[in-house]
Design a protein around this ligand. Structure first.
Ligand code: NDP
Ligand code: MG
Length: 382
């Protein structure tokens, strides 16, 4: 029986993590869960899984939750509560499924506490990948990818791979606007952006997929998870999302991981690896029904944010921190209907342009650069 702390339980990844746990009650038990403000979903989850610790965003929500719960749980709230739920309970593994850089400190604390980390929360690795990977190595805990591309790569790494991998090849579906030209992007709406062709995900990552920032974040995520230089990380367009990513070895062999697009597959593997478990109701891949798979070279002019992510990654230090913070704020403003789709890109470029990266930043520096970037990008005018 593996005990799990789950932060971000009410989100797209959180809900699917609980689907996986529900299907394997003898294998997994929920020790703690944390959510933001979705009380209806959280109450349902708590009553079903009865975690000992529950965290929510505010004191008021915590008080309401305590009154409605039918069993005695420790209810905590806010940022300190999030860290407590992630790190200070008896869970053996933290599943980090929160959205955004808010996942950084809980991850670091859970690593310190000796827990393995199943990480969906890519913003944490982009913001401070060096701190997370160093801490995991020091403490001897595993950092297991949940993101489908990274899970695919993780599953394609064999033997002496550190010496024998030539290139990690991330596939990109292209998001909601893959068939539009740059000129056509000027008029797209929020509703268009939220309409992803292959995956049903949270709002922020769906917009990130449309802007190709998601793939940029994933390139940096891959650099940290697999300790690979940027020259050995490639991205290709693959609109069917059947090949989830590939690893090319020095002898020219390319190993690919395939499957129908279903996030429960990588989530479940992160929880159970190196073993595999049965996945109920999963749609089996029938290549003869799909018939053809398409691959295309990335156009870095068309998808400028991907180029920008490579540039920020190569600059290193606090550059990815700024890129991520600017993106989080710009996407939130786009979701609020305040700015246009192309302004997301404009604001990120501006924030990076205004910043001189500091190398090897410690946690305090990361937190302060992140905060300053957020305040600036909030004031950028339309
Ligand atoms: P969602 O927006 O669906 O869910 C986010 C979760 O985090 C919710 O439970 C939300 O609570 C909680 N949350 C949000 N902000 C805070 C905060 N400040 N403090 C505490 N909890 C908070 O996101 P997704 O599930 O789509 O994505 C989660 C992460 O996984 C992201 O980093 C994303 O990039 C990554 N990912 C997602 C994939 C997907 O298929 N969705 C695929 C690959 C990676 P509440 O709603 O209750 O307020
Ligand atoms: Mg992904």
């Amino acid at each position: 029986m593996k005990t799990i702390n789950l932060i971000g339980s009410t989100g797209s990844i959180g809900i699917q993590t609980l689907d996986v746990m529900r299907a394997h009650p003898e294998t997994f038990r929920l020790q703690s869960m944390s959510f933001g403000s979705n009380m209806t979903e959280a109450l349902k989850q708590a009553e079903e899984f009865k975690p000992a610790v529950i965290c929510t965003a505010t004191r008021e929500l915590a008080d309401r939750l305590k009154m409605q719960l039918s069993y005695p749980a420790t209810v905590v709230y806010g940022f300190d509560g999030l860290i407590y739920a992630a790190a200070e309970t008896d869970g053996e593994m933290l599943v980090n499924a929160v959205m955004g850089r808010v996942g950084l400190e809980p991850t670091l604390k859970a690593i310190e506490a000796g827990k393995d980390i199943a990480i969906a929360n890519k913003e944490t690795l982009v913001t401070a990948g060096h701190l997370v990977t160093e801490a995991a190595e020091r403490r001897g805990v595993k950092l297991i990818p949940v993101d489908s591309e990274h899970s695919a790569i993780y599953q394609c790494l064999h033997g002496n791979w550190e010496k024998e991998v030539e290139t990690l090849i991330l596939t990109a579906s292209g998001g909601s606007f893959r068939d539009l030209s740059r000129a056509e992007l000027a008029n797209v709406t929020l509703k268009d952006a939220l309409n992803h062709p292959n995956w049903n995900m949270g709002a922020k990552i769906t917009v990130d997929s449309a802007s190709m920032m998601n793939k940029g974040l994933e390139v940096i995520e891959a650099k940290w998870l697999f300790n690979m230089p940027y020259d050995q990380i490639d991205v290709i367009l693959h609109k069917e999302s059947i090949v989830h990513s590939m690893v090319e070895y020095i002898d020219g062999s390319v190993l690919a991981h395939m499957g129908t697009p279903d996030m429960r597959v990588p989530i479940q593997y992160a929880l159970s690896e190196p073993s595999r478990l049965d996945l109920q109701d999963s749609k089996r891949l029938k290549l003869w029904e799909i018939g053809q798979l398409h691959f295309q070279k990335m156009d870095f002019e068309r998808f400028r944010l991907l180029q920008l992510a490579y540039d920020a990654g190569r600059l290193g230090g606090t550059a990815p921190t700024v890129m991520n913070a600017a993106n989080e704020v710009a996407v939130a403003r786009f979701l609020d209907g305040e700015i246009s789709f192309l302004q997301i890109e404009e604001f990120i470029e501006r924030a990076l342009h205004n910043h001189t990266p500091l190398q090897a930043p410690d946690l305090a520096t990361i937190v302060s650069v992140d905060k300053d970037t957020r305040s600036s990008v909030l004031t950028y005018s339309k």
